[in-house]
Ligand binder design. Structure first.
Ligand SMILES: Cc1cc2nc3c(=O)[nH]c(=O)nc-3n(C[C@H](O)[C@H](O)[C@H](O)COP(=O)(O)OP(=O)(O)OC[C@H]3O[C@@H](n4cnc5c(N)ncnc54)[C@H](O)[C@@H]3O)c2cc1C
Ligand code: SF4
Length: 328
């Protein structure tokens, strides 16, 4: 492991200056430190951001929420406004990792955690994400839990965050600071398509410090749910997950949001499925038609075709549960 300096920042500008030029921001360290131990990351300096005034959840005058970037996953999930108004977000965070990890992990760090593709952390194997241009060992190798949507021949890995899937369904916006000023990115633009640069995962400018995530308000968001299928009951990343919100009135869909996890290099917003449902009848048949629309572009790899069936059934099941609840 390369020697590194540690610096604790208490002001945003201090963090930005220290984070520039071969420094990395340290949230809970639950992903970054692991990557440093196995040599994937080798920063000269860690800038601890947990003492910045970026902690906590607050409501905005227009009814939205601001979640500070250093808020722990546990605190974000337990916040009463998150639980009441964005239940799928609280459920998604609680579906991730373990209690101890969630107590350490931060919102900013969760968004930027790296893929769990086994070849990414194995320096004896080719991996375009770790060493651009070296190849992708997963395409011919072990890929049963890799992407079925939006992958490229350069990388077929999935994004591991549960929280980001719920944020995608809720039209969240990521706010950041750089030495040149503040900026923001809707979650739909935050993660980049894989293309031929899988090593570039987000549209954040170099050295950007995530300061907060904001959530707008909508009548459909409180009627939401996150369901995650995984290989063990806890402490495992998603095989397939669904964040959905559904508002049904007199048997018709007034509004709907659907995002998928475990299927692509980024949280996958299923806009085509939402369009199939909006304004139409809330029936089992329509829910399956929406699932088919969500997966129409799926291109499974040799060993992960099962994910298409799994995602189809999970989307339909979550929508059915939500429809039964909202009509009650
Ligand atoms: C065994 C295990 C199981 C897990 N299971 C799940 C799971 O099922 N679902 C899930 O979603 N997650 C899971 N996690 C991931 C865990 O939730 C993440 O490790 C965690 O969210 C990362 O947060 P952190 O604050 O520790 O990030 P760190 O490890 O500190 O940082 C991660 C990255 O974010 C950058 N960073 C941190 N804060 C900022 C900031 N404010 N601005 C800019 N960059 C920043 C760092 O420089 C680094 O590149 C698991 C982790 C482990 C170890
Ligand atoms: S899928 Fe992506 S992360 Fe995994 S080996 Fe291929 S390039 Fe690397």
């Amino acid at each position: 492991m390369r020697e590194f300096a540690y610096q604790r920042a208490t002001r945003v500008r201090e963090a930005l200056v220290a984070g520039d030029d071969d420094g990395r921001y340290l949230g809970g360290g639950t992903n970054l430190v692991d990557l440093m131990k196995n040599g994937v990351e080798a920063p000269a300096r860690l800038v601890d951001v947990r003492f910045l005034p970026l902690d906590g959840v607050r409501e905005t005058p227009d009814g939205g929420l601001v979640i500070g970037a250093t808020t722990t996953n546990s605190d974000a999930a337990a916040d009463p406004a998150v639980r009441r108004r964005f239940p799928a977000l609280s459920q998604a965070v609680l579906a991730g990792a373990s209690g101890q990890l969630r107590n350490m992990a931060t919102v900013g760090g969760n968004l930027l955690q790296r893929t769990r593709c086994a070849y990414f952390t194995d320096s004896s194997q080719p991996c375009n994400k770790r060493v651009p241009g070296s190849g992708c060992a997963a395409i011919a190798g072990e890929h049963h839990n890799h992407a079925i949507l939006g992958w490229s021949p350069h990388c077929v890995a999935t994004h591991p965050s549960d929280m980001a899937v719920a944020l995608a369904a809720f039209d969240a916006v990521v706010h950041y600071e750089t030495l040149e000023g503040a900026g923001e990115l809707p979650l739909s633009e935050f993660y980049l398509p894989v293309g031929d640069t899988p090593q570039r995962e987000t549209a954040l400018p170099p050295g950007a410090l995530i300061t907060a995530v904001t959530l707008p308000t909508s009548a459909v968001f409180p009627r939401s749910r996150y369901r995650k299928v995984r290989e063990r009951a806890s402490y495992a990343f998603a095989t397939v997950s669904v964040a959905a919100a559904l508002d049904v009135h007199n048997g018709a869909v007034r509004d709907v949001r659907i995002a998928l996890g475990g299927v692509a290099s980024r949280p996958w917003r299923a806009l085509a499925a939402e369009n199939v449902l909006r304004g139409g009848p809330a029936t089992a048949e329509r829910f399956l038609a929406a699932a088919d629309a969500a997966l129409a572009a799926a291109e499974p790899l040799r060993d992960n075709g099962y994910k298409v069936t799994l995602a189809r059934n999970l989307i339909a099941a979550v929508l059915t549960e939500l429809a039964e609840e909202t009509e009650r």
